[in-house]
Design a protein around this ligand. Structure first.
Ligand code: 6LW
Length: 502
């Protein structure tokens, strides 16, 4: 049982990778189409984690500006070598497999170099790249090979298994064609490889089973970084499949020696709720669990829930926005500015149904959560929304004459409107446990959408939260709650978010 809090990092922070440098821990996670991309959290005690910056803070570092939904920054590996931080990642359906470096993990990071095949023709094609060096300084990129869907025999696997190339990091060119390595116990989607040299042996740890309920972590051992590798007798080392554990989908891990010398594994998981634990509202979060070694093999303990205390975020817009604010396929400073202690969003004709909305938000980090914002809509129309993607979002909007709640569910739309003739309005968006139905609790949560106008509360709508879960949306991200503008300018004078995991 770990005494550490779990989730380790709340809200959608999937595919965690970790490195220890001079007594500090640095954690990197995926961000897909959101910018800034690839957050770096830092901790000394593995308990308190501070968001110190992002890898992608400038246009062009990622191709996120134009990636399709679900594309973008997938699965980083962060390491430290020869005095520099290194991060490799696949910018899926964007730039390809990239290598970033920095002297300081807080940034600035490099522009990102494409890792290309030996003939220089194209990016090494695969996901979840890992970067490792042997004692001679040879650099190994180990990744999960993919087949383009057009090549697929319907009965063939979409993954080519775990592959590896040696790379000249001066030219970012592979020194050979990809070779296949051990690829797990035969479960689907062998991915998320990480190579470690420990006590003279080389270990290749992977995820397999797919990032859903079948997710698992397996490991193999060999005498060198290229193998051959022999799978552990105890594989898979950890999986929540077919268990009643509150944290499911556990997999995609990275190993590190913790502050007290114990080995730890950070990994992704979800906290599904409903009668059959079907819906994960927040998406895939970062968790931690203990690792014990026996006969040269690690054992990974089941991931135990140990929720953090609730939080309250009260944003003062007279100060610069903190690094938690994110936008879709563009940076927050492209969609908003601070003016006289307010956050001003200037519409450009887009809505949340578009690829690049005028929207800036923060991850929902708690299962029970409420955000209240005060808007001035005297010069425009806008509101408060919780978003999974362009087809799945719930919003509450004000235009000075009325307030309107809308549920956009995969092309279906329902809306509720009430008169509210006021230019200043408070909007409330809450996620609450479902009102228990007669038979059993049948969903993750309910959204409660309301407004307060001139001191009068208007309860507009309640919407089933299952429709904004990673399972229903088939999304790699998670809920992001933010403010948006659809016409003119909208000014936000306050943002208060309170939540807990009760
Ligand atoms: C990630 C891979 C995965 O690259 O999903 O399903 C991808 N597993 O490990 C995005 O998180």
């Amino acid at each position: 049982m770990t005494t550490l809090h779990n989730p380790l990092v709340n809200g959608f922070h999937p595919d965690p990778s970790i490195v220890a440098v001079d007594g500090w821990y640095y954690l990197a996670t995926s961000t897909f189409e959101y910018l800034p991309g690839i957050p770096i959290h830092r901790s000394k005690d593995f308990e308190t984690w501070e968001l110190i910056g992002h890898v992608a803070t400038r246009p062009g570092q990622l191709g996120a500006e134009s990636v399709p939904t679900g594309g973008g920054a997938w699965a980083p590996t962060i390491r430290h070598h020869d005095g520099r931080f290194h991060l490799v990642i696949t910018d899926a359906m964007g730039r390809g497999m990239l290598h970033f470096t920095a002297d300081d993990a807080a940034g600035p990071w490099s522009d990102g170099d494409l890792i290309v095949m030996a003939d220089g023709s194209e990016s090494v094609f695969g996901i979840d790249p890992d970067i490792a060096w042997d004692a001679d300084g040879t650099c190994y990129i180990t990744f999960s090979g993919l087949l383009l869907s057009g090549d697929l025999d319907p009965n063939a696997p979409t993954h080519l298994g775990i592959q590896q190339v040696r790379v000249d990091l001066d030219t970012h060119t592979a020194l050979e064609a990809p070779r296949s390595l051990w690829s797990g116990t035969g479960l689907m989607f062998p991915e998320a490889p990480h190579l470690y040299e420990i006590d003279g042996s080389w270990y290749l740890m992977i995820a397999e089973g797919g990032t859903e309920r079948g997710h698992a972590i397996s490991i193999a051992r060999g005498d060198g970084p290229e193998g051959p590798f022999e799978g552990a007798p105890g594989n898979p080392l950890v999986s929540a499949r077919s268990t009643p554990r509150p944290i499911q989908n556990t997999g995609h891990g990275d190993l590190v020696v913790g502050p007290d010398g114990r080995w730890l594994c950070v990994l992704l998981g979800v906290r599904p709720r409903s009668g059959t634990r079907a819906f994960s509202a927040l998406g895939r979060e970062t968790f931690v669990t203990e690792v014990t070694w026996r006969d040269g093999w690690p054992g990974i303990a089941p991931v135990e829930l140990n929720p953090r205390p609730g939080t309250r975020v009260d944003v003062d817009f007279s100060a610069p926005l903190d690094a938690e604010w994110i936008s879709v396929r563009r940076f927050p400073d492209e969609v908003c500015r601070r003016d006289d202690g307010r956050l001003v969003l200037t519409a450009d004709g887009s809505t949340l149904a578009d690829a690049r909305p005028v929207f800036v938000g923060r991850r929902q980090e708690h299962l029970t959560n409420e955000v209240t914002v005060r808007l001035d809509v005297s010069a425009g129309t806008g509101g408060l929304a919780v978003r999974y993607d362009e087809r799945f979002f719930v919003e509450i909007e004000a235009d000075g004459q009325s307030v309107t709640a809308r549920a956009h569910i995969g092309g279906l739309l329902q809306e509720w409107t009430a008169a509210a003739a006021s230019n200043v309005v408070d909007l409330h968006l809450a996620s609450r446990p479902p009102q228990a139905a007669a038979a059993m609790v049948t969903t993750s949560d309910e959204f409660h959408l309301a407004a307060t106008v001139d001191g009068t509360r208007i309860d507009l709508a309640r919407v089933d939260g299952r429709f904004l879960s990673s399972e229903v949306t088939e999304s790699f991200t998670g809920r992001v709650i933010g403010v948006y503008a659809v016409s003119g300018e909208v000014a936000v004078s306050s943002w208060v978010a309170e939540g807990h995991d009760g």
